[in-house]
Ligand binder design. Structure first.
Ligand SMILES: NC(=O)c1ccc[n+]([C@@H]2O[C@H](COP(=O)([O-])OP(=O)(O)OC[C@H]3O[C@@H](n4cnc5c(N)ncnc54)[C@H](OP(=O)(O)O)[C@@H]3O)[C@@H](O)[C@H]2O)c1
Length: 193
C-alpha cells in the first residue's frame, strides 16, 4: 500500500522501517518544506498521524483536504505534565482527530508500542500485540493487516471510543518505562487460550 507518514521522528521513522521491510511504499510529510505534509497526504492511501499531540491541529489542517474516505491511523499519546494523561478520560486524541476529519476513517493503533519496538513488533523474541480501535470495520481490517505485515498480533478492541482505554495504556507503559525505571525494552502482549 501507499502509506503517508506525517511526522519523521521516532515513531514515523520506526513505522517507515517496519512497513518498508514488509514491502509497502511510504512517503514522509513534516514541517520541512522538502517533504510537505499535503504532498504525502494527497499521495497516501493510508495516512499515519505521528506527530506530538500538541502539534496535531496544524498537521490535521494540512491533511484535511486529502483525508476524506481514507484510513487515518492515530498513534498519538496526549502526555501532560508529570507524564499524566493530558486529555479527559471522556474522550481521546483519536476521537478528537475523527471530529476534525469527519469523512476519514480514523483508527487508533501503535500508541501502546514504544517506537524502539515498532519496526520489529518484538521484545526479547516475543511477538507484541497491536491494539486497534475504530468505527469502520474495513479500515480496521486494513490496519490490522499492516500491523500483521510488520509482525504484530493485532487485536480489535472495538469502536473508536475504546481509544480512551488504549491511550490510558499508552500513558501507563510510558510511566512504567520512564517514571518507574523499567526502560523501553518492553511491550504489551495479550495472552489468550
Ligand atoms: N516515541 C514513542 O515511543 C511513541 C510510541 C507510541 C506513540 N507515540 C506518539 O507518537 C507521536 C510521535 O512521537 P515521536 O516520538 O515520533 O515524536 P518525535 O520524535 O518528536 O517526532 C515528531 C515528528 O513530528 C513532526 N511534526 C511536528 N509538528 C508537525 C506538524 N505540525 N506537521 C507535520 N509534522 C510535524 C516533527 O518533524 P518536524 O519538526 O520536521 O516537522 C517530528 O518529525 C506522539 O504523539 C507520541 O505520543 C510515541
Amino acid at each position: 500500500m501507499k502509506i503517508a507518514i506525517i511526522g519523521k521522528g521516532n515513531v514515523g521513522s520506526a513505522l517507515c522501517n517496519g512497513l518498508s521491510n514488509a514491502g509497502h511504499e511510504t512517503k514522509f510529510g513534516h514541517r520541512d518544506p522538502a517533504e510537505p505534509v499535503a504532498d504525502a497526504a494527497k499521495w497516501g492511501e493510508v495516512i499515519i498521524l505521528a506527530v506530538p499531540h500538541n502539534n496535531a491541529n496544524d498537521a490535521i489542517e494540512e491533511i484535511r483536504p486529502y483525508a476524506d474516505g481514507k484510513t487515518v491511523i492515530d498513534v498519538m499519546n496526549a502526555i501532560g505534565q508529570d507524564m499524566d494523561l493530558a486529555i479527559s478520560c471522556t474522550t481521546s486524541t483519536a476521537e478528537e482527530t475523527q471530529k476534525k476529519l469527519p469523512k476519514a476513517k480514523v483508527v487508533k493503533a501503535f500508541n501502546t508500542v514504544f517506537a524502539q519496538n515498532q519496526s520489529t513488533a518484538k521484545v526479547a523474541g516475543e511477538q507484541l500485540t497491536a491494539f486497534i480501535a475504530g468505527n469502520d470495520l474495513k479500515a480496521k481490517q486494513t490496519v490490522a493487516q499492516l500491523t500483521r505485515d510488520i509482525g504484530f498480533d493485532p487485536v480489535d478492541c472495538g469502536p473508536l471510543k475504546a481509544a480512551r482505554y488504549l491511550e490510558a495504556m499508552g500513558i501507563l507503559i510510558i510511566n512504567l518505562a520512564y517514571t518507574y525505571g523499567m526502560g523501553n525494552k518492553m511491550g504489551y502482549k495479550l495472552v489468550k487460550s
